[in-house]
Ligand binder design. Structure first.
Ligand SMILES: Nc1nc2c(ncn2[C@@H]2O[C@H](COP(=O)(O)OP(=O)(O)O)[C@@H](O)[C@H]2O)c(=O)[nH]1
Ligand SMILES: [Mg+2]
Length: 264
């Protein structure tokens, strides 16, 4: 059980991993901001899977008490359910970076990003994990491998997301169909190789930046088809600022890459 009260946690290695033949080799990081309607269900859903995953919730001090709910559930899942309490809302990118640091310090081999709102089907976690074990790079739960697999999103959001992926492909030359996807599994070496302290974006651009750098550092990327369903509970934190960041961020990434040596 882990609970940290500031953004610079002291890491203590859990005794559960390493010698147990990969039983607890993987961590699902779920960033949360006001997810009280989803948090218990998503945690229970992940722990009900046959393949064992540990969970780290990274909460940005949600006013609705999301973190408190997690803390209440921790005694039921000792050593498997972890919580990182951050001081305030800093965007999904920063939350994930804090989660990555924690996961690497703990020694997890496979580190997964997933939303709290059931948009990413938890039953696809084993499939995502297996693809990453196979390629020892990155696997992406992808909406756009074959056509468009999105349920319940308004047409405007589907178009935005789909066009964004085409735009990223065009500008960067990266052969990924769903570059803004937030359902991603990393082999730890990827996160140890990319200079995480230089990751600058926070929203969708964060997702694009991580994929772009994974690709630039020469890791393999596999897209696994999933069906993305819009949240049924709670509200989206998507904003026009996040779209703007992605729009200009992609160009910045491309230009930045001309001046960077990617040594693996
Ligand atoms: N810790 C943290 N989590 C966030 C923040 N913004 C969004 N999230 C979480 O990131 C995930 C995706 O956000 P969501 O609002 O569903 O974005 P959408 O799917 O693009 O509409 C959810 O689990 C949110 O609770 C943030 O600033 N901090
Ligand atoms: Mg969502």
């Amino acid at each position: 059980m882990t609970q940290y009260l500031n953004n610079k946690p002291q890491f203590q290695k859990s005794p559960l991993r390493g010698d147990l033949g990969g039983l607890f080799d993987s961590l699902v990081i779920i960033p949360t901001y006001n997810e009280i309607e989803n948090i218990e269900n998503i945690i229970r859903c992940v722990f009900s899977l046959e393949k064992q995953f540990h969970i780290l919730i990274v909460d940005d001090n949600s006013p609705d008490g999301t973190a408190k709910k997690v803390a209440e559930l921790q005694p039921e899942f000792p050593d498997a359910l972890h919580l990182l309490n951050r001081k305030g809302k800093e965007g999904l990118g920063k939350a994930y970076l804090a989660g990555f640091d924690w996961a690497l310090a703990q020694g997890y081999e496979y580190i997964i990003e997933m939303d709290a709102d059931f948009s990413h089907p938890p039953h696809d976690l084993p499939k995502l994990y297996e693809a990453c074990v196979k390629n020892q790079g990155m696997s992406i739960g992808s909406r756009y491998v074959k056509g468009v697999n999105v349920v319940n999103w308004p047409m405007s959001r589907i178009l935005l997301s789909y066009c964004a992926s085409k735009y990223v492909r065009l500008i960067t030359g990266m052969k990924v169909h769903d570059s803004t996807a937030g359902f991603v599994c990393y082999y730890k070496k990827v996160l140890q190789t990319i200079p995480l302290n230089k990751i600058k974006f926070k929203g969708y651009a964060f997702q694009i930046e991580m994929k772009f750098k994974t690709w630039k550092y020469g890791f393999e990327i596999t897209e696994v088809p999933i069906v993305f369903t819009d949240r049924r509970e709670g509200t989206s934190k998507m904003s026009s600022g996040i779209i703007k960041e992605a729009l200009f961020g992609v160009i910045e990434l491309k230009i930045g890459s001309w001046f960077t040596r990617y040594k693996n």
